[in-house]
Ligand binder design. Structure first.
Ligand SMILES: NC(=O)c1ccc[n+]([C@@H]2O[C@H](COP(=O)([O-])OP(=O)(O)OC[C@H]3O[C@@H](n4cnc5c(N)ncnc54)[C@H](OP(=O)(O)O)[C@@H]3O)[C@@H](O)[C@H]2O)c1
Length: 283
């Protein structure tokens, strides 16, 4: 039987495909650009666009019994409907901790609304689902990559706020566990990194990994808004500022999901930074 992975060329998806192949699973990887996929040998790469139902050909689901559902911006509802029609059994959904609506800042936010809709596309159609709800990705810190490469100071608001960033490979390992083991049906797993770290600590972790000092300059929320306005939509800027502001007084709490699913804690931020040394300009 085959596992169909959507988002297979993404940060999480590449690690997931590699983990499944290493475990001897038959993997079909969905991408809009099959020629550029660059996935491991043995993976069956298929071209389809989740926003275009006409590309979801019937044979996409041939022999597929399990699907990893990536929360693409559009089209997940139609994709899941087609998969259920094709008698796919098990769905593992990449969602977000925001969908839990644990904090008032989350309710109605862009991430809450989007990820809840993705979850409901699956939970409204089948009982054999598992939802992974990661908190903030360590990869979000790549927003500092160009600044750090250029040797300029990192400009950030709320530098005393603390988050528990998760390595993308850990989300993939959690997904691989759920896709290949029984007993996770109908369960929701919150996932975070193993430590709550201030933004000062996060810069220090990158600095240690690349062997170079990084200056951190605290800026006001308005200065951040002005800096980010050219490349981040206002709804996301508002969500980020609310998150950082709240986590000054209530730091992110590391969650047990990684250990529950894989038997080990998540990778540290130092490990993530070492894995991304090249992104920050280190050899
Ligand atoms: N950043 C956070 O802190 C955070 C927290 C919680 C949850 N999340 C969720 O995690 C996601 C990011 O995961 P990631 O970092 O692994 O993603 P990523 O590296 O940005 O990769 C995006 C993937 O989605 C695929 N994709 C996008 N639109 C598609 C379409 N129309 N049809 C088919 N495939 C499509 C891309 O495939 P091709 O380009 O090859 O077609 C690619 O594989 C976010 O979008 C969010 O929903 C993020």
């Amino acid at each position: 039987m085959t596992i169909l992975v959507t988002g297979a060329t993404g940060a999480v998806g590449r690690h997931l495909v590699a983990a499944l192949v290493a475990g001897g699973e038959q993997v079909r990887a969905l991408t809009r650009k099959p020629q550029e996929a660059g996935l491991p040998a043995g993976v069956e790469v298929v071209g389809a666009d989740l926003t275009d139902p006409s590309t979801l050909h019937a044979d996409l689901f041939d022999t597929v019994d399990r699907v990893f559902v990536f929360p693409a911006e559009h089209g997940v509802d139609e994709f899941v409907a087609a998969a259920v029609n094709a008698t796919v059994d098990r769905f593992v959904v990449l969602s977000s901790l925001a969908a839990a609506g644990e904090f008032s800042r989350d309710i109605g936010s862009a991430s809450y609304t989007h990820h809840l809709a993705v979850e409901q596309a699956v939970t409204s159609r089948t009982d054999d689902w598992t939802i992974l709800r990661p908190g903030t990705f360590a990869n979000n810190l790549l927003a500092w990559a160009w600044t750090i490469k250029a040797g300029a100071p990192v400009r950030a608001p709320y530098i005393h706020s603390a988050q528990a960033p998760i390595h993308e490979a850990d989300i993939a390992d959690a997904a691989a566990a759920v896709l290949t083991q029984d007993g996770h049906s109908g369960k929701i797993y919150p996932l975070t990194g193993p430590q709550s770290l201030t933004r000062i600590d996060q810069v220090a972790a990158i600095s240690a990994a690349i062997g170079r000092d990084i200056q951190l300059l605290e800026i006001s929320p308005d200065e951040f808004r002005a800096d980010a306005a050219q490349y981040i939509p206002e709804s996301i800027i508002a969500m980020l500022l609310d998150y950082w502001s709240d986590t000054v007084t209530e730091p992110d709490r590391p969650r047990p999901g990684m250990r529950d699913l894989t038997g080990r804690p998540g990778r540290t931020l130092e490990q993530w930074a070492r894995d991304h040394r090249a992104d920050f300009g280190a050899a």
